[in-house]
Design a protein around this ligand. Structure first.
Ligand SMILES: Nc1nc2c(c(=O)[nH]1)N[C@H]1C(S)=C(S)[C@@H](COP(=O)(O)OP(=O)(O)OC[C@H]3O[C@@H](n4cnc5c(=O)[nH]c(N)nc54)[C@H](O)[C@@H]3O)O[C@H]1N2
Ligand SMILES: Nc1nc2c(c(=O)[nH]1)N[C@H]1C(S)=C(S)[C@@H](COP(=O)(O)OP(=O)(O)OC[C@H]3O[C@@H](n4cnc5c(=O)[nH]c(N)nc54)[C@H](O)[C@@H]3O)O[C@H]1N2
Ligand SMILES: [Mo]
Length: 763
């Protein structure tokens, strides 16, 4: 159909608005859930209802309107879909056959309905009972020479209750191998911020958006990945608050937005200008921008202007002199060259920062996924400290988290480097000695598979193999394992790239009811601003044979640790008992959990920097030095381009909802390369032509992706972009942040290969 032909037509309307309304209706219709879906939408993020399964952005306490979010609705529609995968489906497809299908096709098959076991003799998944499945897991885990030969992955949709028990089970089994989706995501936040301010979390709450006098949105595609935050940005702009958007891609919603909740704006086709300054940064140019702003602050301070909060700096911080001296060493030519931003614009941005008495910096993967992501974030902290932007209304650092409960999972123990204090509490409360040595994060887990050290992989949600770097090497490594287990709602690549034994264990989803012998249960979620709320599903489970994640964790534990003294059986039925244990293990933040969670609005966990208290070793906020302007290792090759792998508007991580990316004007194609027209012309390429990309690396491995359509796009010179996960084969496993191990998925050094290049090589 002509309609399905790939095409690129620049999007010139405001983001949001009627396009959003239409897209929501379409997706509910396609998943055949128009009535149940819209009914469920009414309970989403409402007191007594369930938490949106999409992103981690908080929902407001007091907005009267239905919180309407196109991508939240999509996530729900795909979860509440009428389509089902039954045993007949697996009977009619071999795993090899399924492997040839696209991620989109796999997703469209619908919800998993019963446990399945891989049968190597026929290359089919075949039905197995839950008892058999747990027995197989127990057998494999008990047969290992060491508990460290197993990897226990978590993805951030898993609720607190399941994650907490999973952490206890795995530690009782004997390892800290907790690769987590956050290891590919906000780990630079978790590791980079603690030495600076004492916590690895954001320091703002929802109300701060209403009090901020300037908001920075750096390396985050808000309109697509945290659409509910657009409401806050629109409201801020209406109050006249300047918004500085820093991004190599002029993301449409950061330029102009129509709030779908705003009846007047919808009726009049009105819209709000979002960014008062759009900073078209080079990939990896943010450090230079930050240093430029700081240089201006220091120079104006030296000239006697009141631009720094000296009182705050004196009372609360250490390390000021060193970072000042370093920032002043950089000259404008190098700052402008590295950032790609003019001195005049950096001065305008600095002026906005200086005039604001309360500034928030929100950021996403555009800052975290670089080789020095953790240290880059420490420079964001430096900038904020200079004007005392912590512990006052409207100010602070705001990592915009990904998965809806990714922050919560970390809080309740999913951590490969747990603190000794937590381990002591676990010993105290559960009466066993947990392992003390650090375990594997995601990259280390893949490496252990490559080295042949890992034997068992258990995935609590997510799509590990499709999310990790170095696709080809990772697939091969995964296939060497003795057992792989996918605990999932939907079929994904992770079930098809499997070990010798493999299980698919289908779960009850966020929007669905959990009923046990003790009655209906609810779970809890912690959002990006450390607010904990209850989530109660309202829909019937996808099939009678799907199970809650809590039950699956407990039964894995019972099958693996038959002598365990922990009352796993009780936790299956009564989630209050789990929350009581969370309160015992974390008395400082979770005391009285069961009582406090009764408040339908939830409660905030304590974040000490909000009180200007710094749980760092020296009890101060630390200015941390990071000399230079580069966040990635320099590559000498003059043909090099920096590739950012990003999300389209129609995907949730590895889940592909469609082949369109409305706001970027792309239709029916995900194999695209966004490139600056001059970079394109210099390479003799044509707009709309087809090329391959190859990674520039020194490890002798060829990493190449073929068949990418070239699209002229307003990218800065030297920067290109394309979609994750299709481009993951280009990302070397070792190419990650030194401190946090987070893959540098936003700055892969690549070169473009054309058919002519290939014929020169071979001819
Ligand atoms: N609908 C939807 N919602 C989601 C998700 C989803 O896939 N779909 N995923 C969830 C998850 S797990 C996460 S982590 C978040 C991700 O949300 P985001 O952080 O918004 O994720 P990305 O799309 O990876 O890209 C972020 C932005 O970084 C920019 N960027 C790239 N390189 C640089 C750079 O060097 N500097 C700067 N300043 N910017 C740069 C890109 O142009 C892009 O706009 O969203 C969550 N919410
Ligand atoms: N190149 C590149 N790679 C990246 C990124 C990038 O920007 N570029 N981003 C990284 C980031 S930020 C992240 S967070 C990771 C994402 O990595 P993951 O979190 O592992 O991936 P998802 O695609 O979110 O996982 C989707 C699967 O989760 C399962 N699922 C959905 N809901 C539930 C539920 O309620 N319970 C359970 N048990 N299972 C459920 C479904 O089966 C679905 O197929 O990818 C990372 N990889
Ligand atoms: Mo993420």
């Amino acid at each position: 159909m002509a309609n399905d032909a790939p095409r690129f037509t620049p999007y010139t309307h405001p983001a949001g608005g009627w396009g959003t309304a239409a897209a929501t209706a379409k997706v509910l219709l396609e998943q055949s859930v128009l009535t149940t879906g819209s009914r469920a939408l009414l309970s989403m993020n409402q007191p007594g209802g369930f938490k949106c399964p999409s992103c981690a952005f908080p929902d407001p306490d007091c907005r009267k309107t239905l919180e309407f979010c196109e991508n939240g609705a999509k996530a729900l529609a795909f979860e509440a879909t009428k389509h089902r995968i039954t045993r007949a489906f697996f009977q009619s497809h071999t795993v090899t056959g399924l492997m040839a299908q696209s991620d989109y096709w796999l997703e469209m098959q619908g919800r998993l309905t019963e446990p399945m076991r891989y049968d190597a003799s026929t290359d089919h998944y075949v039905p197995c009972s839950w008892d058999e499945a747990f027995a197989l897991i127990g057998r494999h885990l008990r047969a290992l020479d060491s508990p460290h030969q197993a990897e226990f992955y978590t993805s951030g949709r898993t609720p607190n209750e399941a994650a907490f028990l999973y952490a206890i089970f795995v530690r009782a089994f004997g390892t800290n191998n907790f690769p987590d989706c956050s290891n590919m995501c906000h780990e630079p936040t978790s590791r980079g911020l603690p030495p600076a301010i004492g916590v690895g979390k954001g320091t703002v709450i929802m109300e701060d958006f209403d009090r901020a006098e300037a908001i920075f949105v750096v390396g985050q595609n808000t309109g697509t990945n945290s659409p509910r935050m657009m409401t806050n940005l629109v409201e801020a702009r209406k109050r006249g608050v300047p918004i500085v958007a820093v991004n190599p891609m002029p993301e449409r919603a950061l330029i102009r937005f129509t709030a779908p909740q705003d009846i007047v704006q919808m009726a009049t086709f009105g819209s709000t200008e979002i960014a008062s300054e759009f900073v078209h940064i080079r990939i990896g140019g943010d450090l230079a921008l930050l240093k430029g702003i700081m240089k201006i602050l220091f120079e104006r301070d030296a000239a006697g202007e009141q631009v720094l909060d000296h009182e705050f700096i004196r009372a609360h911080t250490v390390g000021f002199e060193a970072i000042r001296a370093e920032a002043l060493t950089h000259n404008w030519a190098e700052i402008v060259d590295t950032s790609g931003v003019s001195e005049a614009q950096i001065r305008r941005v600095a002026e906005i920062y200086i005039r604001s008495r309360a500034t928030m910096v929100c950021y996403g993967m555009g800052l975290t996924q670089h080789q020095e992501g953790s240290r880059l974030l420490q420079q964001v902290v430096n900038l904020l400290l200079l004007r005392g932007n912590f512990g006052k209304p409207g100010a602070g650092i705001a990592p915009i988290r990904g998965h809806s409960n990714v922050q919560g999972d970390r809080t309740v123990g999913i951590d490969e480097q747990p603190s000794q204090a937590y381990l002591d509490q676990v010993r105290e409360v559960f009466g066993f000695e947990p392992p003390r040595a650090p375990g594997h994060h995601t990259v280390a887990a893949v490496d252990a598979m490559v080295q042949g050290e890992a034997k068992v992989f258990i995935g609590m949600g997510g799509n590990f193999i499709r999310a990790v770097p170095d696709t080809e090497r990772s697939y091969a490594a995964m296939q060497k394992l003795a057992l792989t287990v996918g605990i999932s709602t939907k079929l994904n690549r992770g079930h098809l790239v499997h070990g010798r034994d493999a299980l698919i264990l289908p779960v009850i989803a966020r929007s669905e009811m959990i009923r046990t012998s003790a009655g209906e249960q609810f779970v809890t979620i912690e959002d990006s601003v450390s607010k904990v709320t209850a989530s109660r599903g309202v829909l019937e489970p996808a099939s009678p044979d799907v199970r809650p994640e809590v039950e699956i964790v407990c039964r894995m534990a019972m099958a693996t640790l038959p002598d365990s003294q922990i009352p796993w059986e009780h936790y299956i039925h009564d989630y209050h008992l789990i929350r009581d244990k969370i309160a015992e293990v974390y008395p400082e933040i979770y005391s009285n959990f069961s009582e406090r969670i009764k408040d339908p609005k939830g409660f905030h966990l304590d974040v000490p920097p909000r009180r200007r208290t710094w749980p760092t070793p020296n009890g101060k906020a630390n200015f941390l030095l990071f000399p230079g302007l580069a966040v990635n290792v320099k590559v000498a090759d003059p043909s090099m381009l920096r590739l950012a792998t990003v999300r389209s508007h129609d995907q949730f991580n590895t889940t592909i909802y469609s082949y369109n990316d409305r706001y970027r004007g792309v239709h029916n194609n995900r194999m695209v390369l966004f490139i600056n027209a001059e970079d394109r012309a210099e390479r003799g390429l044509t707009d709309g032509g087809t090329v391959a990309l190859e990674t520039i690396s020194e490890d002798g491995v060829t990493r190449r992706v073929e068949g990418l359509t070239v699209i002229d796009y307003p990218m800065p010179r030297g920067a290109v972009a394309g979609y994750y996960p299709e481009l993951n084969p280009l990302l070397p496993l070792e190419y990650c942040d030194r401190i946090s191990g987070t893959p540098a998925a936003k700055s892969i050094p690549v070169r473009v290969i054309t058919a002519a290049d290939d014929s020169r090589v071979t001819g």
